[in-house]
Design a binder for this molecule. Structure first.
Ligand SMILES: [Zn+2]
Length: 303
């Protein structure tokens, strides 16, 4: 840790790369955590442009549920550490950006500088117009529910039915504990979020990157510019192994130019933990707890 902190204090250009593990520390389940199912629908089938085209009401109910869960979660000390660094970097003569793969809005809610945050998979809280002719985006809209029709669709299970069922069951029989899914509503397009600019009933869609879509070009270009402009002294890899695209490409590009890597994750390869990977530190554990300690010499305590 000491060796890492010595390098940290000398670093003038720093990148943080954030993955799902940091949100798990806030109690937010990942796709994998719930077997990838929502009300018997495969989440992967719902997160596509085709699914939205075929049944926008269904897809909006899925995202309403995800927005609700993200809003219930609270930014943790890891988010707050990066937020504090983003706010204090300029006064410390440090150039700093955070690249996050998470769509849950927790970094923004931790008061991370908006200009220094790149959400490469978009955000559950951005709403984009679906019209090709329109580039309207509503950023960081934390309203819930978004429309009257979406109210009450954010709950996955029907708790009232479940309780009644348990009471009705004969005590001798084994009670059925399988929860009842709240049925998916039929919602017409006119009851879904619509573009205020087009005014022709064009739907707004969740501003996340769906399967089969490319990463947002302007965001990717801005990150490329930051990384290519000058040597990055340090890349913090947080809540991700950093071995999957695009995370691995950022790590590689920093290393090629002589920058160093620090990984904060519950899962780290042995040879990294043993210090056998050149210019790479591995800190195994909960990033929400490790990160504030690791960055304390630079930014002090976080509240
Ligand atoms: Zn529009």
């Amino acid at each position: 840790m000491k060796e890492f902190q010595d390098h940290l204090l000398k670093s003038k250009r720093i990148v943080a790369l954030v993955g799902a593990g940091l949100s798990v520390s806030s109690g937010l389940p990942t796709f994998r955590g719930s077997q990838g199912l929502w009300k018997n629908f495969n989440m992967i089938d719902l997160a596509t442009p085709d699914a939205f085209y075929i049944d926008p009401g269904l897809v909006w109910q899925f995202y309403s549920w995800r927005r609700f869960n993200a809003l219930k979660a609270k930014p943790n000390r890891g988010h707050k550490t990066l937020a504090k660094l983003s706010m204090e970097a300029a006064s410390k003569n440090i150039e700093f950006i955070t690249i996050t793969q998470n769509v849950d809005g927790l970094s923004i809610r931790a008061n991370h500088s908006k200009e220094k945050l790149y959400e490469i998979h978009g955000s559950l809280f951005d709403l984009k117009c679906t019209s090709f002719m329109c580039n309207y985006v509503d950023h960081d809209n934390f309203k819930n529910p978004l429309t009257k029709a979406l109210a009450d669709t954010e709950y996955e299970y029907d708790n009232t039915k479940r309780k009644r069922k348990l009471l009705d069951d004969d005590l001798d029989k084994e009670p059925s504990l399988s929860p009842q899914f709240k049925p998916v509503k039929e919602i017409s397009e006119s009851e879904l979020p619509q573009c205020p600019v087009c005014k022709d009933g064009s739907l707004l869609r969740p501003g996340v990157v769906w399967f089969g879509e490319s990463l947002p070009l302007r965001t990717i270009n801005a990150i490329d510019n930051f990384i290519e402009y000058d040597k990055v002294d340090l890349i913090l890899v947080i809540g991700t192994s950093g071995t999957v695209y695009p995370a691995n490409s950022y790590v590689d590009r920093v290393k090629v130019k002589g920058g160093k890597v620090a990984i904060f994750n519950t899962d780290i390869e042995d040879h990294i933990l043993n210090g056998e990977e050149k210019d790479t530190w591995g800190f195994k554990g909960d990033a929400a707890e490790l990160l504030p300690k690791a960055l304390e010499p630079l930014i002090g305590d976080i509240y």
